[in-house]
Design a protein around this ligand. Structure first.
Ligand SMILES: Cc1cc2nc3c(=O)[nH]c(=O)nc-3n(C[C@H](O)[C@H](O)[C@H](O)COP(=O)(O)OP(=O)(O)OC[C@H]3O[C@@H](n4cnc5c(N)ncnc54)[C@H](O)[C@@H]3O)c2cc1C
Length: 550
């Protein structure tokens, strides 16, 4: 006999946000895709968006997160195997990501806008599960660096570009597709890669080395190949380290343990030890930092995309909740103070989206295009810094819009919140990114020229923007020395002016007006929900509202 407790009627509950097109419902993103040259991809994007918006996809994300990866260091006979086991949901997420080209499509697709299309796909699919996007992102980012060794690229790039996900632990040549990782960080230093203590001893074969040491963070240790750094006789160098040796035996990558970390739990960040581990030199010996720089810049683009996705996810959930939940007799989003919070979150999300997609277009440009190359060099760290810095505060506020329900794991919001600071530290934490901006400014003045050419297209559109440009020009001045202590302030201003310029040119007046008033003219408080009076908040919230498919 089942006992039914009929104590009360359940009412005023918000329906599940499922059965919607995660891409199509994001108007700022759909417009950016068209504008930045990837209109040809919208069919695929809507398809992926509709999948991402299903209840079953959301369940995959939940399952992958709830069932943490498990490390098996040894087999039953005591032999080291170093294998991480994942829940089937993780494999299904990876399979979809790879089938849709999130891991590599632009490297095999000559169409203009391929990086933009991929960027939009990452933002869309990230909202199902952030963790598995880490190996996807590393696979994407490894390619330009691997090309520094033509023989390696010829052998491995076709496997990387395959749209088949093959999780089997086998040598790369026996698999229908592979994934890649990167391992730079060591215990004594992550930001300062030059302080690596892992040694790389030259072997008899040309360009072959034996690596001995450790890596303190190695996310995705089941990758088929890794880019690693180590100290060779001529200095810090970059190596390709496959999981399996050419003779079909295991390359020694001993996984010590998995990290119990903040952020997603889907992904198996690990600590590894290397003992005479076989690696092949990529790029010139002693020029390791120079060689990995392209990998780093693509990963930074992806950090921006990830934090952009976190903000859009938060806005979609918050607006959806507020448009179905009543308090004190009215729907929450009809209440002026809640509308201010939602609009402020939406403006932040749109600014991040617009900037991220403009940045992705710079990656699509011909490498000979000096303007776009210079822009990518400078704006990647600028936008990475600011988008990642905004995400945690944004996630906390979006979560609060759901009230207590937002704190409950089933809502998905705690996952968004836990993930929100991760992109900020990955591939350069805040200070390191700001110092990189200073380096870019100091090394080549044309990077700054490219920035001004880009942002000043909006001059004359709004006096608050014009004043911000004058102020930023004054801050930058002609003398770029002694800027270190104010680097965060400067980079923040650069990011805001970049976002403002894009919104003034491309967003509806309600959004750009709110942005200029609050972010450029400073008419706001320190928390979200402090936009000044007189703005068209309803239009901003309506634009961000996710609608179900009919
Ligand atoms: C979830 C997760 C996954 C990761 N996965 C990987 C991976 O797969 N592969 C990999 O190689 N690494 C990975 N990392 C490591 C990450 O890249 C490093 O943690 C990061 O680069 C910072 O290095 P660190 O931890 O040694 O901190 P440190 O370098 O010690 O820095 C500590 C603090 O000091 C600041 N700082 C450093 N230098 C300066 C300076 N000159 N001036 C002012 N401030 C400074 C930094 O901004 C930071 O806030 C991962 C990290 C996390 C959290």
């Amino acid at each position: 006999m089942t006992t039914v407790l009929r104590t009360h009627e359940v009412e005023n509950q918000v329906p599940l946000l499922a059965g919607y097109d995660v891409f199509g419902a994001d108007v700022a993103l759909t417009e950016a895709v068209e504008r930045e040259g990837a209109a040809w991809a919208t069919g695929d994007l809507h398809q992926l968006g509709r999948l991402a918006g299903t209840e079953s996809a959301q369940e995959l994300g939940r399952l992958a997160e709830a069932n943490r990866p498990v490390l098996q260091t040894h087999d039953r006979f005591g032999n080291r195997i170093d294998v991480v086991e994942y829940h089937p949901a993780y494999h299904e997420l990876m399979s979809t990501a790879i089938a849709n080209g999130l891991h590599a499509a632009p490297w095999g697709d000559a169409r203009d806008g391929a990086h933009v299309a991929r960027a939009a796909k990452v933002i869309t699919w990230y909202q199902v599960d952030a963790g598995h996007i880490c190996p996807i992102s590393m696979t994407y980012s490894v390619v330009p660096t691997l090309r520094h060794n033509a023989a390696l690229a010829n052998e491995w790039e076709p496997r990387i570009c395959s749209s088949s996900y093959d999780p089997r632990n086998l040598p790369g040549e026996q698999k229908s597709g592979i994934t890649c990782g990167m391992a730079l960080t060591e215990k004594q230093g992550g930001s300062d890669v030059r302080a690596n203590t892992t040694t790389a001893r030259p072997l008899a074969g040309s360009g072959e080395f034996a690596l001995t040491g450790h890596k303190w963070f190695c996310s995705a240790p089941m990758s088929d190949g890794f880019l690693m750094t180590g100290q060779a006789p001529r200095g810090l160098s970059c190596f390709w380290v496959p999981r399996w040796l050419p003779d079909g035996s295991r390359n020694l990558i001993a996984i010590q343990r998995l990290k119990d970390k903040l952020g997603d739990r889907t992904n198996a960040s690990s600590e590894i030890e290397l003992l005479d581990t076989w690696g092949v030199l990529v790029g010139e010996e002693g020029r390791g930092v120079r060689t990995i720089i392209e990998m780093i810049s693509h990963t930074r683009l992806d950090c921006t995309l990830g934090s952009t996705a976190i903000m859009r996810h938060g806005v979609a959930q918050a607006v959806w909740h507020a448009s179905h939940r009543r308090a004190f007799g009215d729907l929450l989003d009809d209440q002026p103070l809640m509308r201010n919070v939602l609009a402020d979150l939406a403006v932040e999300s749109e600014a991040a989206t617009t900037a991220a997609l403009r940045l992705a277009r710079a990656y699509d440009a011909d490498p000979a295009d000096e303007h776009e190359s210079a822009l990518a060099r400078l704006v990647t760290p600028v936008v990475k810094y600011w988008t990642c810095k905004r995400a945690p505060q944004h996630a906390a506020e979006a979560l609060e819009c759901l009230g207590g329900a937002g704190f409950v794991e089933e809502s998905g919001m705690p996952r968004v919140f836990r993930q929100s600071p991760v992109n900020g530290v990955w591939e350069g934490s805040g200070n390191v990114i700001c110092l990189d901006v200073l380096r870019a400014l100091a090394r080549a003045r044309e990077t700054l020229d490219a920035y001004w050419t880009e942002v000043e297209q909006a001059c004359g559109a709004d006096p608050r923007f014009d004043r911000a440009v004058v102020e930023l020009r004054r801050e930058l001045g002609d003398e770029l020395t002694d800027l270190e202590a104010r680097a965060r302030r400067l980079v923040e201003q650069m990011a805001l002016v970049f976002q403002g310029s894009l919104l003034l040119r491309h967003a509806p007046a309600a959004v750009s007006d709110a942005f200029c008033a609050s972010r450029l003219a400073g008419d706001r408080g320190h928390a979200f929900g402090t936009l000044p009076a007189g703005l068209d908040l309803r239009s901003i919230v309506d634009r961000a509202r996710p609608l179900l498919l009919v």
